[in-house]
Design a protein around this ligand. Sequence first.
Ligand SMILES: [Zn+2]
Length: 146
Amino acid sequence: MKYCMQCGSEYQDGVAECADCPGSALVDAETMNQRHIPLPGESDTRKFVRAATAEDPFTAEDYVRLLEIQNIPVFMRPRRAGVVDVLTTGALEPWYEIMVGEEYLERAVQLLAQEKRQLDDTSEDAALAAEEEERETESSVPPGAP
Ligand SMILES: [Zn+2]
């Protein structure tokens, strides 16, 4: 069996080109797995989408752990600099995609945004929180009053 790299359709070995995607390459299942393209049958159980990217494996692992704790289906996918990346994005640094189940995307993005803020400026946040506390104790107007 061969599969279209564009749409994932399954073809007999003799077929040279996908009927739906002119010019797209047909490859074997192993190649599809290497490229993390779901095969027909796999794709209708769960679709994974990119929730975030990380520039180093430690951040990526941190993100994955965070989402696993929330029971969100997640895996990270290394995207190393290679011919394809250089051609399409010009990126030379390795980076990582954080892939989550499609139905969890919104929640994952929110969680990762929170986490990123914390990673980026933990000290700044602490300073802001202290300031806020000060303002609240000084102010006689209850929060939410006009
Ligand atoms: Zn196709």
